[in-house]
Design a protein around this ligand. Sequence first.
Ligand code: FAD
Length: 317
Amino acid sequence: MKVIDHIRQAKNTLVSFEILPPLKGKTINSIYDHLDPMMAFNPSFINVTYHRSETMFKKKTDGTFEKVEVRKRPGTVGICAAIMNHYKVDAVPHLICGGFGRRETEDALIDLHFLGVDNVLVLRGDAAKNEASFEPEPDGNQYALDLLKQVVNLNAGMYLEEDIKNGGKTNFCIGVAGYPEKHFEAPNLDTDLMYLKAKVDAGAEYVTTQMFFDNQKYFDFVKACRAHGIDVPVIPGLKPITSRKQLSMLPKVFHVDLPMELSKEIMKCKNDEEVERVGTSWLIQQSKELKKSGVPVLHYYTLGKPKVICDVVREIV
Ligand code: FAD
């Protein structure tokens, strides 16, 4: 079932989770071990992130180095199929522009369609580690908007091979990313929202936000979306803080602020167990307030922390 239909049919705020594919070498059981405890909360859908390959230099026996492309977290498409098969819950694969040509993207979409996956979250992806700024593949998509248009075309039966006439239509519900604190490359929030509106006008049916730790940022963002004519559901993305190093890592990597009150509480902690307790209680308060305000879904970034997520969701369902 499509994410947008889950939202339309819901009588109450829904819960959903995002997971990462395991590092190469682990089995699908690591995904089940991660998800099993969270399934008690009946998530409406589970997102699975996509990760581009990284350029690495491997030492050869003669002492010279060989450049290799390594994908550390493969398996998004397979994990989505496994989740749908094992738990009978809808999976939402993330699709990115970075590292992918349009033909590879088309093939991935065909695989997903054949597997019965009818949701995708389309994203640009970040710059590769060895690039100063995002560079698409020579035949790849530059922006999430371009990737979105490719999915919309496939939903209309239009394939990259122009000689395919009356091509089978896919049926993807398309979500996109939004940034309550603005995407870090955008010159200002209005410009960012102009591009977000372009994604919605082109066919995005909902927005999932970057994490935020101050609900007022989300409320202001939704208001700004509405003022820009973005009328689709805006799903808040939520992450628990579980370690002291996240105080500097989260702003650096995700370009988000941590409220002073939360930062002060974390700085008082003697170890990461205490930080986890502070982070859990902060996320419970955030979730309760968001639910009270009538958000469509509480979407949790669960990375390696199923217990914390269970402790939070138990308090709000
Ligand atoms: P875009 O919408 O393409 O926007 C990128 C920048 O370009 C913005 O500054 C925007 O204002 C600007 N822009 C947009 N369109 C245009 C245009 N037509 N002309 C000029 N400027 C334009 N990354 C991953 O690699 N894998 C994942 O699985 C993943 N999942 C994510 C899930 C969520 C909910 C979020 C919020 C982010 C996720 N990301 C993921 C990170 C994301 O890929 C990065 O934040 C990336 O830098 C931007 O992606 P986007 O889809 O928002 O890009």
